[in-house]
Every structure is written in structure tokens, then in C-alpha cells.
Design a binder for this molecule. Structure first.
Ligand SMILES: Nc1ncnc2c1ncn2[C@@H]1O[C@H](COP(=O)(O)OP(=O)(O)OP(=O)(O)O)[C@@H](O)[C@H]1O
Ligand SMILES: [Mg+2]
Length: 360
């Protein structure tokens, strides 16, 4: 008699699951991105220009993961392709956005602004947060207003603003572009121990990148990156430690653009660090997420000094989601798959817009 009951229960459960998945509203999810393959470099143009864009391999991994959510995924492509499709009257229930943007300091804001104009829900941060985080000086001012430590800095638009007598930063300093990612413009020459070196590198940087140079006190110590996903409350994922040439105490060493192409970098997760530092990194990431108005996903870069104080370097509201970056590692550390983390990001956007209903 009991066996019969169990059989009935299993059959009922299967039928229930079938009805549920049939009735679950499948959303039409658009996918905006910048693919390396969509840009043909003109002769003489630096590969720097497309360094932040995604390879077809990464896009396929993300697309495959999104499909495991059960929703319908439709590739859109870059901002121009989005504009064309919107003009043709195409619409989506939600757009999963990882587009880095093509040019200018508002490049990451363009897709969110267009989607907002057409009342199309989208994943990730809005245009204001994208702009505020792309400009590292603005992001630093915002987080430091919330009591978060960030290296002292100067933003130099024109070389004439650089004055030896008024230069108050402690050496060594690092000179970097204020509005770039993927460590563009960051090389061994970026670290300076005297004013003449600072002046030379600042001049080079302003001329090459046509944007202000950020001169920051260099934090001697170690380096971490922390991914945060979801909202209300944000879920801070385990801190990832960065090792260069197998060393976790980096001292004056740092992540240069050349590291993107060699195998000197190793990500360690879970990081082998004292509980107190783990807690500080998580709390600082949580507070930065809130202060900057990040939504659904973000990644925060920190240098940690000899007294274990984390210094906020920058926030990436569009972190690399590819398999070679930190997301697969942090997923494993919390006992879920990479695909599940990508779906969590999608679902937090779906939930934020109240689209997570069924047809019952
Ligand atoms: N103030 C600093 N002190 C020590 N190292 C620093 C500092 N600023 C930057 N660096 C080093 O330079 C690297 C790149 O800097 P940053 O993260 O600001 O640039 P990015 O190009 O936006 O980076 P990403 O590759 O994460 O997009 C850091 O990962 C770190 O190793
Ligand atoms: Mg960084």
C-alpha cells in the first residue's frame, strides 16, 4: 500500500513539474555585448582599442549559461546594432548587458541610457553609475565620501597643472589613465619614485590616451579583487587574491597590461588570508557596491597595505564574465556552477523589475 502511495506521489510531482515548466513565463532576453570580431582595426591602430571586448568563446559561454535559465536568449550585439533593432520595433522583456561601449568616457553608459529611453529593462548598473565608475577619480571621490580608504591622488588634465612645489603625494606613485580598463597604459614605467619621472609619464599618458592622468600614491603590499552579485542584499563572493609569478606579497610589483598576454598572474580563491582581512575586504566591497549604486553585479579591485588596510582602486560594473577570469573560481568557492552564477545575475535583474512571475 505504501509503495503504491509513493509511486502516486512521484507521478504527481513529475506532472506538477511539467505543468510548472510549461506555464513558467519564458522571457525574451536580449544580449548586448561588444565582440572583438565586430571591429576591424585600421592599419596602425593599436590592439588596445579592442582589448576590453569579448571573444566569441566568452560570448558563447555566457550565452550557453543564460540559456540554462530556460528563457529565450537573442543576441543583439553592440550599441549600433541595438539602435537598429529598436528602430525596427524589436523589443525584449529584458536585456542582459555586457557591452563595454565603443568610444568616449560615456561609452559604458550608452546601452543602459538607450534601453531606459525605450522602457526596456536591463541587467547591471544604470548610465549614471557606469559613467561614475568609468572615471576612476569620480568613483574614488564617491567611495571616500562613505569613509572607504582609497589612495591619495591627483587628476591632471594638462601638464601645466603639474607643479613640483605643490606636489604633495608620497612616493612611489603610479600614473595611470583615468578612464580605461584592462590595465591599458599600465606598464613598468607607470611607477615613479621622483617628480621628473612623474612629469614624463604624465605627458606621455595625456598625449597617448587623450584623457586626464590619474597620479595615485602606490600601495605597497598585496592585491585582491572581490565580485559582488545580486541586490537587497548584495551577495559578496569570496575575495580573490592576485599572485604575480607565484608571489602573493607583491611589494612594488603590480598588474601591467602585458600580464593580460603572459601567464604571470594567478588567481587564488579562497584566498589564504586572516579572517579579519577577509571580513574587511567583504565589508569594503559591500559598502562600495552601495555607495556607487551598483546593481546585479560588480567587481572591486583593492591593494592592501602592510597593516592589512584595503584601499579601493576601482570598481568594474561590467567585469569580465569569461571562463579565464574570476567568476568560475568564485562560483566554485561557494559550491555552485559558473552557469548558476550567470543565471543568478540574470535573475537578480528579472527580480528587480518584478518580472519573475509565472502564467498561473
Ligand atoms: N594605487 C595603486 N597602488 C598599487 N598598485 C596599483 C595602484 N593603482 C593601480 N595599481 C596596479 O595597477 C593595476 C591596474 O590598475 P587599475 O585596476 O586601476 O586599472 P584597470 O585598467 O581599470 O584594471 P582592470 O585590468 O582591472 O580593468 C592594478 O591591478 C594594480 O596592480
Ligand atoms: Mg583593475
Amino acid at each position: 500500500m505504501k509503495k503504491k502511495d509513493n509511486g502516486k506521489r512521484v507521478r504527481f510531482f513529475i506532472v506538477y513539474l511539467l505543468i510548472y515548466s510549461y506555464c513558467m513565463k519564458k522571457l525574451k532576453i536580449g544580449f548586448t555585448y561588444d565582440a572583438k570580431a565586430d571591429y576591424k582595426l585600421k592599419p596602425g591602430e593599436s590592439p588596445d582599442k579592442i582589448a576590453e571586448f569579448d571573444s566569441e568563446e566568452t560570448l558563447s559561454e555566457i550565452e550557453y549559461s543564460l540559456k540554462t535559465s530556460g528563457h529565450i536568449i537573442e543576441r543583439i550585439g553592440n550599441v549600433h546594432s541595438l539602435l537598429k533593432k529598436v528602430a525596427q520595433g524589436k523589443r525584449w522583456d529584458l536585456v542582459f548587458n555586457i557591452a563595454e561601449g565603443i568610444k568616449g568616457r560615456n561609452r559604458e553608459s550608452q546601452v543602459p541610457a538607450i534601453l531606459e529611453l525605450f522602457d526596456i529593462p536591463y541587467s547591471g548598473s544604470d548610465a549614471l553609475t557606469m559613467g561614475a565608475t568609468l572615471d576612476k577619480a569620480v568613483a574614488k571621490i564617491i567611495v571616500s565620501n562613505s569613509g572607504i580608504l582609497t589612495p591619495k591622488f591627483l587628476e591632471i588634465e594638462d601638464l601645466s597643472q603639474l607643479n613640483k612645489k605643490k606636489f604633495h603625494l608620497k612616493y612611489p606613485v603610479i600614473v595611470k589613465p583615468s578612464e580605461e580598463g584592462t590595465s591599458k597604459g599600465i606598464a613598468q614605467e607607470s611607477i615613479a619614485h621622483d617628480f621628473e619621472h612623474v612629469r614624463k609619464r604624465t605627458k606621455w599618458l595625456i598625449e597617448k590616451y587623450k584623457q586626464p592622468a590619474l597620479i595615485e600614491e602606490f600601495i605597497i603590499g598585496s592585491e585582491f579583487t572581490v565580485a559582488v552579485i545580486e541586490n537587497d542584499p548584495p551577495l559578496v563572493l569570496p575575495p580573490v587574491q592576485i599572485a604575480i609569478n607565484n608571489k602573493t606579497f607583491l611589494g612594488e610589483n603590480f598588474y601591467k597590461h602585458s600580464c593580460v598576454f603572459d601567464d604571470s598572474i594567478k588567481y587564488i580563491c579562497p584566498a589564504e588570508i586572516p579572517k579579519s582581512l577577509d571580513k574587511k575586504l567583504r565589508e569594503t566591497s559591500y559598502n562600495s557596491y552601495k555607495a556607487l549604486g551598483i546593481r546585479d553585479l560588480g567587481r572591486f579591485d583593492f591593494r592592501v597595505d602592510k597593516d592589512n588596510n584595503p584601499y579601493f582602486l576601482e570598481c568594474n560594473p561590467l567585469p569580465n564574465l569569461g571562463l579565464i577570469d574570476v567568476f568560475p573560481l568564485v562560483s566554485k568557492a561557494i559550491g555552485i556552477t559558473y552557469e548558476e552564477v550567470i543565471c543568478k545575475i540574470l535573475n537578480s535583474a528579472i527580480k528587480r523589475y518584478g518580472l519573475d512571475y509565472t502564467d498561473f
